[in-house]
Design a protein around this ligand. Structure first.
Ligand SMILES: [Fe+2]
Ligand SMILES: [Fe+2]
Length: 244
């Protein structure tokens, strides 16, 4: 560029020998793990009061009225800084890896494709400045319900599950809404609080889904199809816009 307007684009870099070396990958991996552990420690410190405050904070829409598809596309910008299988790979890649495995195994019904596409939608909160310990990590109860009384009567640690469920519950079949809400629980931590429907959904939905959700993650796993392949399904299954 030699015309007017090029002035701001002049290249000015220090000589490579004059600046410190960029940290090698092994150092970055150690830093990544240390940060992941620090975030998990903060998540595990959530109290019932913290959960109540987060519910209150996120009762009102964050993004306003948006299309569900635009939120799914935003997952391409979301990186879970605690994920030690994906590392810096995006949540959009994660979703496509889940779907890819389901398709290869011949189980990719519309219902499973839909729940795979939306189960981590709550992670778009990572783009808003919310602390990662309130968006990611696994969840256990912070206050118990009665034994056998149902998971809905327990209070769990708060993360993307609860928030996405609060937005999607009126637009999804009951089974899928339940799976969005509880996909980060550790069933062993709350088995005594499950009612018969939770036990059934855990067996039919959560445990099979968790196999795809947890075990397909890898920065080396390249899915066969692009995200756009699933747009028509999302637009058929969900309203054109929703408050999110
Ligand atoms: Fe998740
Ligand atoms: Fe996931």
């Amino acid at each position: 560029m030699t015309q007017a307007g090029s002035a701001g684009f002049a290249v000015e870099l220090p000589p490579a020998a004059a600046v410190p070396p960029i940290p090698p990958s092994a150092d970055l991996a150690r830093q990544y793990v240390a940060r992941a552990q620090a975030i998990e420690a903060l998540h595990n410190r959530q109290t019932p009061d913290d959960v109540a405050a987060l519910r209150e904070r996120y009762a009102a829409p964050v993004f306003g009225r948006v299309s569900p598809w635009s939120l799914i596309e935003m997952l391409g910008q979301c990186i879970d800084p605690t994920d030690q299988s994906l590392y810096g790979a995006s949540q959009q890649l994660h979703v496509l890896q889940v779907i890819d495995a389901m398709e290869r195994e011949g189980v990719a019904s519309d219902a499973l494709l839909l729940v795979a596409l939306v189960h981590d939608l709550g992670k778009v909160l990572l783009l808003t400045g919310e602390a990662p310990e309130n968006v990611v990590c696994m969840n256990i109860p912070v206050s118990a319900g009665p034994p056998g009384g149902g998971l809905d009567r327990c209070t769990f640690q708060w993360n993307h599950d609860e928030w996405a469920w609060s937005r999607l519950k009126d637009h999804l079949p009951g089974d899928l809404a339940w799976l969005v809400r509880y996909h980060s629980i550790m069933p062993g931590s709350c088995a005594q609080y499950m009612d018969d429907l939770d036990i059934d959904r855990c067996r039919r939905l959560l445990r099979p889904f968790a196999r795809y959700d947890q075990q397909t993650k890898s920065p080396f796993n390249v899915p066969q199809r692009p995200l756009a392949h699933y747009r028509a399904l999302v637009e058929r299954a969900l309203p054109s816009t929703m408050m999110f």
